[in-house]
Each structure stands twice: as structure tokens, then as C-alpha cells.
Design a protein around this ligand. Structure first.
Ligand code: HEM
Length: 471
């Protein structure tokens, strides 16, 4: 009784004192002693991850836009979380993403965990593990392989249609046969992507759900993971699939061929390959319908140089400029896509002040596609869809700032496939006169960062009436 009283009498003050000491210690460490302590930025962002949480989870996926504003206030380097910096200097992009063979780049483990696909290529945090997974997949997405894949009055929901197209192009699930199925799957994918912001803050909830999903009886488990349940099995059922090839590749260690890892890889390929391609195709079709001059230029090129094969389409200059401009305004992967130097410090010199910043190994560094693609010096009137900006020597120079597929050893493995899908779909769509139906700029523009550009949250997608076949 007395012991219990003594314990309960001292318990709360001791715990309270420890908690206060911990909080004060964290404050002093993060603001004064942390290696990033001198980096400009809001004090709250340096102090706590709740700052990021507020702008990404309470405000729906807005931190990337807030960071853009912070750069106007604090200039090129901003501390965006206690352990993370954003650098808005386009000359520094290669140092972050493509520093050359002698230097390693890991991913930021916290951001990778949020995707819940830890054992996929996208979940490979360490440089060496990533290289192994990338090598295993590369041949399936090489230009030669892609060329082999494609040798030669009703309101339509183009977003659903293109979701089905992108899905069937890579995964052979025949979603194009029934657009309601494509619509449901597209909505499910949106749901998965919208959960990422919460996942990144509440990793324990994510781990618990994943544990429950794998340990509960099948019916309940498939209720918890309805979006990923079927896609995870896709590769294993299809005898010609990449997953099947990986499974039988005996040069890979057993751990790289485990069912869990192959499931994660299948889901990642499906998520990465379908939704971003759908967004790009819906966006380009919107702009072509909204801008008759651009559509006329495109049709003139397609008529003057009739192309019956994919290889020929990939050579058409204006069509390719339309594709470049689409990737620019689709903003690729919209978040911070951070990279981490695991073993060497990284130095950045602010050219305007000559101030030198040294980021220690482990610092999460990024330059978002928003900071690059909406940079008015490189891309004047950045939110206008203007394929002409990619013409000639000035256009060629701008390609250095095309971040739609990122840069360096972790850049998109599917880019040749996407570009093939895009030229085929754009050339085909140009043969039809369509009119936008109840669709506005707000249905395609970048308003929220849920990994890919997300327009207004209640958007029904890009919808159009089919009028006639173009001459
Ligand atoms: C317009 C469509 C697409 C865009 C804009 C896009 C963009 C990107 C970007 C920016 C990255 C780098 C992500 C990072 O920094 O963490 C990436 C990675 C990746 N993408 Fe794509 N992607 C597209 C389509 C595809 C397709 C069709 C596939 C294949 C099925 C694919 C598979 C992948 C994979 C596997 C990775 C991880 C690569 C690695 O870590 O080495 N993507 N993509």
C-alpha cells in the first residue's frame, strides 16, 4: 500500500520531468546543435515534423506549394523538416539526383516507408540494393523491348479510358473492355495515393494495418487491402509476366525472389505505370481540345509525315514537343523525391551571397519538380501549355530541366514505355474531333501533391463528347 503510494506519488512528477527534459533537449538540439541548425527556414519546420504534417495532411497535400513560397522568403536553401533541406537552385539538381558513379545516393527512408512497398525497386533505400533491383528490371523496359511491344455524340470519360489504356498496355488486364471497371480501379488508386501523406506521419498505423492485412482471415484481409490485393497477384498468374521472369531468375539471391518482394514489385509497377500515364494522357488531351492552334499544328505534322510504326512516330518533332510539354505540366512525381548521401557531406554554395552550406551525410535533400518546371526564368508563363518552348537550340537547352522522370540512377525505368504509349495515343486521338464536356482547367492542373498532380478533389476526370472523325 505504502510502496504503491510512494510509486504513484513520485511516478507522475518523474515522468513529467523526463518528458520536459526530453522536449527541451530536442528543442535545443534541433535549433542550436543539429548540423542543419544554421540553414534558413521557419523555426517550426526546424523544430517539429508537425509543421510538414499540417501542410500535407490537414491542408490537403499543400507542403510542396508552401515550400515554393518559403523559397521566395528564404531564397535558395530552406530547412523543410528537422532533417531535410530543399534547394531551389537548378544548377544543383545533378548534385542531388545524378552526382556521378563515384557517389552514392540513398532514398529518404521515411518517405519510402510511406509508400508501403518496402521490398519493391521504389522501396530500395540503399544505393547498392537499388542497383541490384534496377539491373533485374532494366531489360524489360529498354527502348528495344518497348518497340517490340508495339510493332506497328457519346460522352467519354477520357481519364477512365486512359487509365484502362495505360493499364492494359503494360499489364494486359483488359480494362479497356469495360470502362466502369477502369473507373473503379482509378478511384481505388486515387484512394491509395491519398493515404500516402497520412502514412508518412503515422508509420505505426501503416505497420499495424499491414500486419493485420497479412495475419487476418482472407476475407477481412482483402477488405483492408482491396486495392493491392488483386494487383499483387497479377504477375504471378500471368506466365509471361516480369514477375514470373524475376521469380525464375536464379542469378538473383533468394531474398530478391520471395513472394512478398515480388508482390511489392508488381504493385509498384502497376501503380507507377498506370496512374501517372493516365494523368499525362488526360492532361495532354485536355490541352489539345482547349487549344485549337496546337491541335492544328499537330494534325498538320501527322498528315505531312504519315507514320505507321511506333519508331516513325517517335521521330516526329512537334509530336515529341507536345509530349515534352505534357511531362513538364504533369510535374512527374510531385513530392520532394528526396535523396540522401549516405557517406559523404554535400556542399552547396549560394551564388548570390557566397555562403557555403555543408549538409552532413544522411541529410534529406530535394528540389521538387514544382520548383523546376514552374521556374519563370527557364519556362516563362510556366502554367501555359506551349509545345513551342521545346523547339530549336533554346528548347534543347531546356531539356536539362525536364524533371518529369527525375534524373540519375533512380530516374523512371518506364520512360521509354510511357513515351511510346503517349505518341501512339496522341496520334490516335488527333484523328477525332472531341469537345470538352463539363471539364475545366481545374480538372487537370496541379492543385494537390498526392505523389502525382491532383486537380480539384471532386474532379470527375476529363470528359468529352465525340463529335466526328477529323479530316
Ligand atoms: C507519365 C508517366 C510516368 C511518369 C511521369 C513517371 C515518373 C517517375 C519518376 C519521377 C520516378 C522517380 C521517382 C523518385 O524519385 O523516387 C519514377 C520512377 C519509377 N517509375 Fe515511373 N513514371 C511514369 C510511368 C512509369 C511506367 C509506365 C512505369 C513502368 C511500368 C514506371 C515505373 C517506374 C519505376 C519502377 C520507378 C522506380 C525506378 C527506380 O527506383 O530505379 N513509371 N517514375
Amino acid at each position: 500500500m505504502t510502496t504503491g503510494f510512494v510509486i504513484s506519488g513520485y511516478f507522475l512528477p518523474i515522468v513529467g520531468t523526463l518528458l520536459i527534459a526530453y522536449l527541451l533537449g530536442t528543442i535545443v538540439y534541433r535549433l542550436c546543435l543539429h548540423p542543419l541548425a544554421g540553414v534558413p527556414g521557419p523555426i517550426l519546420a526546424a523544430l517539429t515534423y508537425w509543421y510538414e504534417f499540417y501542410y500535407d495532411a490537414i491542408q490537403p497535400a499543400q507542403y510542396v506549394f508552401k515550400i515554393q513560397k518559403l523559397h521566395k522568403e528564404f531564397e535558395p536553401v530552406v530547412r523543410t523538416t528537422p532533417a531535410e533541406v530543399s534547394i531551389a537552385d537548378l544548377d544543383f539538381i545533378d548534385t542531388i539526383y545524378s552526382p556521378g558513379p563515384s557517389q552514392k545516393r540513398d532514398k529518404d527512408i521515411e518517405k519510402v516507408k510511406a509508400l508501403v512497398l518496402d521490398s519493391s525497386i521504389g522501396g530500395a533505400v540503399g544505393h547498392d540494393l537499388h542497383r541490384r533491383r534496377r539491373r533485374a528490371l532494366s531489360s524489360f523496359y529498354s527502348p528495344r523491348q518497348v518497340l517490340r511491344v508495339a510493332p506497328d455524340g457519346e460522352v467519354l470519360n477520357l481519364s477512365d479510358l486512359y487509365f484502362g489504356f495505360a493499364n492494359d498496355f503494360g499489364f494486359d488486364q483488359n480494362l479497356m473492355a469495360g470502362l466502369p471497371g477502369a473507373h473503379t480501379r482509378r478511384e481505388n488508386f486515387n484512394g491509395v495515393l491519398r493515404a500516402v501523406k497520412l502514412n508518412s506521419q503515422f508509420t505505426w498505423v501503416r505497420d499495424l494495418l499491414r500486419y493485420l492485412a497479412r495475419s487476418l482471415p482472407l476475407t477481412l484481409s482483402s477488405y483492408i487491402t482491396p486495392q493491392t490485393d488483386t494487383v499483387g497477384r497479377v504477375g504471378q498468374e500471368n506466365i509471361n509476366s516480369i514477375v514470373h521472369e524475376l521469380h525464375n531468375d536464379h542469378k538473383l539471391p533468394q531474398s530478391e525472389r520471395s513472394p512478398r518482394r515480388l508482390e511489392d514489385e508488381a504493385v509498384l509497377l502497376l501503380v507507377a505505370g498506370t496512374q501517372s500515364t493516365q494523368v499525362a494522357l488526360s492532361l495532354v488531351h485536355y490541352h489539345l481540345m482547349a487549344n485549337s492552334t496546337i491541335m492544328a499544328n499537330l494534325r498538320a505534322e501527322l498528315e505531312s509525315q504519315p507514320s505507321s510504326t511506333l519508331a516513325q512516330l517517335l521521330q516526329l518533332p512537334y509530336l515529341n514537343d507536345v509530349v515534352q510539354e505534357t511531362h513538364r505540366l504533369a510535374f512527374g512525381v510531385t513530392g520532394r523525391n528526396a535523396r540522401v548521401s549516405p557517406d559523404q557531406p554535400t556542399t552547396y554554395v549560394d551564388k548570390s551571397t557566397a555562403r557555403t552550406f555543408t549538409f552532413p551525410p544522411g541529410t534529406s535533400m530535394s528540389t521538387s519538380t514544382l520548383l523546376v518546371h514552374a521556374n519563370e526564368e527557364i519556362f516563362p508563363d510556366p502554367f501555359a501549355f506551349d509545345p513551342g518552348r521545346w523547339l530549336g537550340p533554346a528548347g534543347a537547352a531546356r531539356k536539362n530541366y525536364q524533371m518529369g522522370f527525375s534524373k540519375g540512377p533512380r530516374m523512371c525505368i518506364g520512360m521509354h514505355l510511357v513515351n511510346a504509349e503517349m505518341v501512339i495515343a496522341i496520334a490516335a486521338m488527333a484523328r477525332w474531333n472531341l469537345e470538352l464536356f463539363a471539364t475545366s482547367y481545374e480538372d487537370v492542373t496541379f492543385l494537390h501533391d498526392y505523389h502525382i498532380i491532383t486537380p480539384r478533389l471532386d474532379s470527375k476526370g476529363v470528359r468529352a463528347c465525340v463529335k466526328s472523325r477529323a479530316q
